[in-house]
Design a protein around this ligand. Sequence first.
Ligand code: FAD
Ligand code: EPU
Length: 339
Amino acid sequence: MNQEKIQENTDLKPFNTFGISAKAKKFAPFSSIDELKEILLESKNDELLILGGGSNLLLTQDFNGLVLKNEIKGIELISETDSEILLKVGAGEIWHEFVLYCVNNNYAGIENLSLIPGNVGASPMQNIGAYGIEIKDTVEKVEAFHIKTGLIELFSNNECNFGYRESVFKTEKKGQYIITNVYFRLHKSAKINSSYGAIETILKGKGIKNPTIKEISDAVIEIRTSKLPDPKLIGNAGSFFKNPIIEISVYTKIKETFPDAPSYPAGKNLVKIPAGWLIEQAGWKGKKIDNYGVHRNQALVLVNYGGATGKQIWDLSTAIKDDIFAKFGVELEREVNVI
Ligand code: FAD
Ligand code: EPU
């Protein structure tokens, strides 16, 4: 039955927000754990690539294995008190639609993460974050299918080992699990976090003193729309690099030449420095090479204006990395998942 479910030689262009063409030897969507098991039975020895919305992916070559597109849906109420609610959410739900569902129901906790592309299932992978919030703040547990044993396991928040754009699924357990559902604990009485500078500025401009979660969500959508390219119009995967965490001594050296260099505290003797700032200072912002380049409003975002290959984007990222190291002595780390 699943023979026809597994497509062959599929172009992944519609399935990655960079809009890059690359072929998958096999491709199968699944919308339940049973369906996933059936597909895996038929396709035993293939290398696997789990796909959500393809918004954090750079395809630099064809994939000679099975791409599994996670389409497990559903938002289920697990428990509720006067102050909190626990929801179980299918990995194939679209993240922003889930955020809007929560905003509309007045469930607070993820409104600052409005408009992040991709699916719920990928959100724990890199502990998605924006505007002062990360999903580690609301994830209760993660349900995942162990590929080798075929068993379903639960990872508590602690066991997910969340860090800045990190989790156990991206490090020690990389490639071992397929996330099937994520449990979120949200608040009924809003604990608003509007401390991020840009959010404050928008709310102030609108004369809003005690924002609702809808107003926070709207402010975040406004900020994001003003600087991040819409993948439907310009191919991209959001921030291409992580913001590096560096020794204070390295930062002090940068300040000798750039007294206004921005930074945020990141632990003892450490600061986080915006990679976008480094890339802009190095002269890359807005740079266009043929049909790809560095976004003009956000230097941390590499873009495909149409027809670029993954290899071209990869090479551009290497050139930027090398240049930043030469100019600032700072090593940039790619944030996107590279195939
Ligand atoms: P995919 O790209 O499909 O997959 C990402 C990785 O997770 C891959 O390695 C994939 O194999 C793996 N994976 C996906 N689903 C599963 C699963 N169910 N089980 C196991 N492994 C899985 N990220 C942020 O954190 N903050 C931002 O503010 C932000 N802004 C962005 C803005 C734009 C315009 C874009 C294009 C991207 C942005 N991102 C941001 C990155 C991206 O949206 C997130 O990383 C998102 O969570 C990726 O979801 P996805 O479903 O598209 O994952
Ligand atoms: N900056 C520049 N030039 C640029 C871009 C940024 O100088 O072209 C400097 C500015 O000083 C600015 C600072 O960088 O004040 C921070 O910029 P911004 O608020 O745009 O955020 P970011 O650090 O570039 C991070 C995340 C984003 C997230 C935003 C908002 C990472 C790698 N990126 O970007 O996440 O949306 O903060 O919280 O941490 C993503 O992961 O894909 C992503 C978009």
